[in-house]
Design a protein around this ligand. Structure first.
Ligand code: B3K
Ligand code: ZN
Length: 847
């Protein structure tokens, strides 16, 4: 297949003035009638419409059947010759038949648990009808649905309904990727929201019968999001209704279709018995994210898919701001940076590295990545730091004013910042065009009164981009005195050169620097420093992010030394004593400080230091450090564990969730000493899924979980979302030698419904995240994983392609593991009929 290129963009030569669709729903033979009002924009152009897997029943132009000689039909679309088209506005009608029941790829119109639903982003609409399926073609839609199912939903406002039919009208011009339709036997939790200007909006969350009691939290999150977008961005909702539907079979998290968001049910349904605190937080942030897309994505959309970060980076940034406003800003920043490093830095450092705005792709679904989303959000955050809060607000106001109703580009976005603030962003734009994570090296100089920091930046080559140029890097720095007082409060240094110095004058004594506060830029900071100075910052830094960061790097280097055979660092062990003493004052932060670097993080650090990581050694070192911390602080751990017990009643708010997080962090450490006794008791007595699951993980790590797993299963056998956790936890926490075997045993169970993406991801994702298990020297983890990718590809290419990223770290490891992983990738790529999605990924992984 030929790649598509950003440089080849040309506007569509027709305007779509109106779309009217009629769906006659039937599981195996749905008819779709489409009426498009079109106006030629450039004389002499053929009319090219996308369409895949459609059986064409009829085609009429201005009411007359179109003779076959006037059009050509291929596997990918329909082209009507220019000579057959009127010079002015005309109407094209098509009738097609599709088979939603056979659609296992979950793209276009498909069936999930007896209901009809759609997923059109990025290019699913072409599986529904012939249409210019590209985001810069925007039109108002009218939709008529004919079906015996009781609930019939589409975008926009309801117009009319009767027995067996309903009609919807969406007045806001939109691209086809935002189209949605749902039909099913659903029940709703209803509510109402009044916007700042007084519009009353009917809210509904539609779920399968029996699930309605688990929607309350999502509904509250929706209302909080709607209010927040009014207050923080001045953006109001713009329709009479807002519907959310939960579906069980979904390739990703959720989708922002105009007025009709469709969600993976795991991101809607929550109760204390079934959802963990992490689930609650994620539900809240994804509800917010999809809602925020109504302005950043829907009202203003993307000109083409290369501009995906325009809506995704910005909307992630907005949902992060929302969470930090309503929960703890410091904790949220740490969680986001942990995720950024674990997913985006990893991507940026491997064969799949690509710019935030890629310049070519074969399958766009392969570019819904951590780089486009999370690094895209970091770039927005840097812009804000550089122009300040007021400048950011002026730029955003101008963006909404100027581009409402349009399909915009990154150039448009940067131009509003330039016009609103007068700043030149030419160099800043490199953050969008150059891949790779800059390394920022820093040295210090002290001459008795002047303190100088010298920074050097360097970005390693990435595929297709051998040479990098200097970026604009906002570096937030504060200086501390030897007693821990802040002698220079946070200041933003703007680095623009490859190497650059910044001086601080008039200091009485040599300060201790706190660099890259709040993680002010997505770079790897490399600084030669002593364990003692890190311990000092871990105890005293006034910036909470950097305080956590100091502890993290202290633990990371201790663990790296332990992999080489060293004993646990006594200073580090002592530092955890202080963490425990302080933790009850800020439990969520304390829990983060107690969490040791992951095995994957240690592997990354070893590789960066020039040592191929040995996953088994890393696993052993981490277990030894855990044991040493627990032994040294047993009393304190017991006290904190007891003090953090939940007095009830349950609340999913940040404060009680933080207490549970701290308590479970203590449990994880104590587990090494009591051999699972506490976990065993908690597993059966727990009133929340957070505790039950954490206890179960502890028992699995102690290899004494058989009884608890059986009881858990008896208790939740009919709950799909909880059973996903049951599948995942066993593989994720299995001992390295047992991981592949455990995965194989679970995959053979009758309730391993592998065609359901949540279930597949639970088991296979659990294996990929079990670092020492997946990378076991036997190759059993790799083999098992590849077997299942091969099996899934023909039925669901999108999920297969996404999960192939488990292999993206192959260049990090020793020759033996590299050979094993490349062999599995080779085996996948040799499959006859491999999908375009997986084919592109495997080719990039092996390049
Ligand atoms: N925009 C969708 C993602 C679509 C993914 C298509 N493969 C959800 C989101 O980012 O909000
Ligand atoms: Zn999004």
């Amino acid at each position: 297949p030929q790649p598509k290129r950003l440089a080849d963009y040309t506007p569509y030569p027709f305007r779509v003035d109106q779309v009217a669709l009629t769906f006659r729903l039937a599981p195996c033979a749905t008819q779709v009638l489409a009426r498009l009002d079109l106006t030629p924009q450039s004389p002499g152009a053929d009319l090219r419409l996308d369409g895949e897997g459609l059986r064409l029943l009829a085609l009429r132009l201005d009411g007359h059947a179109l003779p076959p000689a006037d059009y050509t039909l291929t596997e990918t679309g329909l082209t009507i010759a220019a000579r057959a088209l009127p010079a002015a506005a005309f109407v094209l009608e098509s009738e097609v038949e599709i088979d939603p029941a056979a659609n296992t790829a979950l793209e276009g119109l498909y069936m999930s648990g007896g209901m009809f639903c759609t997923q059109c982003e990025a290019e699913g609409f072409r599986h529904i009808t012939f249409y210019p399926d590209r985001p810069d073609v925007m039109a108002p839609f009218r939709v008529r649905i004919e079906s015996d199912l009781p609930v019939l939903l589409s975008n926009g406002n309801p117009v009319a309904q009767g027995t067996g039919w309903a009609e919807w009208h969406d007045p806001w011009p939109k691209p086809a990727y935002l189209f949605a339709l749902v039909a099913g036997d659903l029940v709703a939790l209803r509510d109402r929201f009044t916007t700042a200007s007084g519009r009353s909006v009917d809210l509904a969350i539609w779920v399968r019968r029996g699930d309605e009691a688990r929607c309350g939290f999502a509904m509250e999150a929706l209302k909080r999001s709607m209010r927040w977008d009014e207050e923080a961005y001045g953006r109001e909702y713009d329709l009479d209704v807002f519907n959310i539907v939960a579906v069980d079979d979904f390739n990703m998290g959720a989708m922002e279709n105009k007025g009709l968001n469709i969600f993976n049910s795991k991101l809607v349904l929550a109760s204390p018995e079934t959802a963990t605190d992490a689930d609650y937080e994620r539900i809240e942030s994804v509800i917010a994210h999809e809602y925020f897309h109504n302005w950043t994505g829907n009202r203003i959309t993307c000109r083409d898919w290369f501009q995906l970060c325009l809506k995704e980076g910005l909307t992630v940034y907005r949902d992060q701001q929302f969470t930090s406003d309503i929960r703890s800003a410091a904790v949220k920043r740490i969680e986001d940076v942990l995720a950024l490093r674990a997913r985006q830095f990893r991507e940026d450092q491997g064969p799949l590295a690509h710019p935030v705005r890629p310049e070519s792709y074969i399958e766009i679904n392969n570019f819904y990545t951590a780089t486009v989303y999370e690094k895209g959000a970091e770039v927005v955050g840097m812009l804000r730091r550089l122009v300040g809060d007021d400048g950011y607000r002026r730029a955003l106001d101008l963006y909404f004013d100027r581009h409402d109703g349009q399909a915009a580009t990154i150039e448009d976005w940067l131009t509003v910042f330039e016009h609103a603030t007068g700043r030149d962003l030419t160099q800043f734009k490199r953050w969008y065009s150059e891949a790779g994570t800059p390394r920022l090296r820093v040295t210090e100089d002290w001459d008795g009164s002047r303190y100088t920091l010298t920074f050097t930046q360097e970005t390693p080559p990435t595929p297709g981009q051998p040479v990098k140029t200097p970026r604009v890097i906002p570096i937030a720095v504060g200086l501390l005195g030897q007693n821990g007082d802040e002698v220079v409060p946070t200041r933003l240094l703007e680095m623009t050169e490859a190497s650059q110095s910044f001086a601080f004058e008039g200091l009485a004594a040599r300060p201790v620097p706190s660099i890259l506060r709040g993680f002010s830029a997505p770079v790897v900071l490399e600084r030669e420093t002593t364990q003692a100075e890190r311990a000092f910052l871990f105890a005293h830094d006034t910036d909470p992010f950097n305080r956590w960061e100091a502890g993290r790097s202290l633990a990371r280097s201790a663990l790296m030394a332990m992999v080489g055979g060293a004993a646990p660092d006594p200073d580090l062990i002592a530092a955890y004593g202080r963490v425990l003493a302080d933790a009850p004052a800020d439990p969520a932060f304390g829990a983060l400080c107690l969490r040791l670097p992951s095995e994957d993080e240690i592997a990354t650090a070893l590789h960066a230091a020039g040592t191929p990581p040995d996953p088994a050694e890393i696993h052993g070192a981490r277990a030894r450090l855990t044991h040493a911390i627990a032994t040294a602080h047993e009393g304190a751990l017991q006290a904190v564990f007891a003090a953090m017990a939940d007095p009830g009643p349950f609340s999913p708010d940040a404060a009680p969730a933080g207490r549970r997080a701290l308590r479970m962090a203590c449990l994880g450490l104590l587990n090494r000493l009591d051999n699972g006794a506490r976990a065993e008791r908690l597993c059966d007595a727990a009133t929340t899924m957070t505790e039950r699951l954490a206890a179960l993980a502890c028992l699995i790590e102690m290899n004494r979980a058989a009884g608890a797993l059986a009881r858990f299963r008896d208790g939740f056998a009919h709950d799909r979302l909880v059973m996903d956790k049951w599948f995942m936890v066993q593989v994720l926490h299995a001992a390295p030698d047992l991981a592949a075997e455990t995965a194989a045993h679970l995959a053979a169970l009758p309730d391993f419904d592998w065609k359901n993406p949540n279930r597949f991801r639970a088991l296979m994702g659990g294996l990929a995240a079990n670092h020492a298990g997946f990378h076991h020297a036997s190759g059993a983890g790799y083999r098992f994983y590849a077997d299942w990718l091969i099996r899934l590809d023909p039925i669901n290419p999108q999920t297969t392609a996404r999960m192939s990223t488990a292999f993206e770290t192959w260049p990090r490891y020793d020759a033996h593991r590299q050979a094993l992983m490349r062999a599995e990738l080779g085996r996948i790529s040799a499959q006859p009929g491999l999908s375009r999605d997986t084919g592109e990924m495997v080719a990039r992984l092996l390049a």
